[in-house]
Design a protein around this ligand. Sequence first.
Ligand SMILES: [Zn+2]
Length: 260
Amino acid sequence: MTKFLFSKVIILLLFTTNIQAYRFTSDFLNGFYWQSFPVQMQIFVNENSQGSLLSSLVNQAVNAWESEVGREIYSVPTSYNVGSSFGNNIRWSKNFAAETGFDPSSTLAVTTRRTSGTYIGQVEVVLNAEFPGMLTNSGQILYRTILHELGHVIGLDHSEVSQVVMASSLTSATSLQGDDSLGVNAVVDEALYRQSIGFTSELSSSDEKNSPAACGSVDLGGGDGGGLPNILLSLFLGFILILSPKVLRPTRNFFPDQLT
Ligand SMILES: [Zn+2]
């Protein structure tokens, strides 16, 4: 327990003193974690024709994250399902606003993590099929989005560093950057430690367990470079996302099993 508290203090020190760094999701900071690795996920599509591209890109992104950690952290079958999603999943939405509450013209995807006891109980990644280029992966936009959302799945929040995969707005980066690598190694190390001691979050029996963490990934159409106005705008919108009650405490109809 002492070691855990020590590691938590270190995490909090890093979190509060070095803003130019990766961040953990609030549920992870509150002691919730994946019970075991790899995290089992499934791919869902609306039509068969969408399956092979999505499956290929998800597995490419999985390999990218895992190569930074040197171990298996996600398990996603190359096969895919057609129809309604369940369990830990990554899926398309053709009706993004109604299903997530986010603006479909500026939001590429939303990841929701629900807790169960002291563990992460379910995660869902909803991809915006209405956003131009997403279904066809034009300019690698779908791949870059998936790479970003898988970071949320494992417990990374938006980094304070710009031009990294876990930045709050989509960057031109098509591969994980140094800060992303530091982040995933830190979150996986901490999760493995909690698993090894059977750590229980102080909040596991409180109402907090019904407050899933969610993150919207926003694209501002800045393209390569961005420029100062775009950077300022992205920080501003990111702040809104972070402060939004819908982001911090999505209502129950935000839960994937209550979506149609
Ligand atoms: Zn995000």
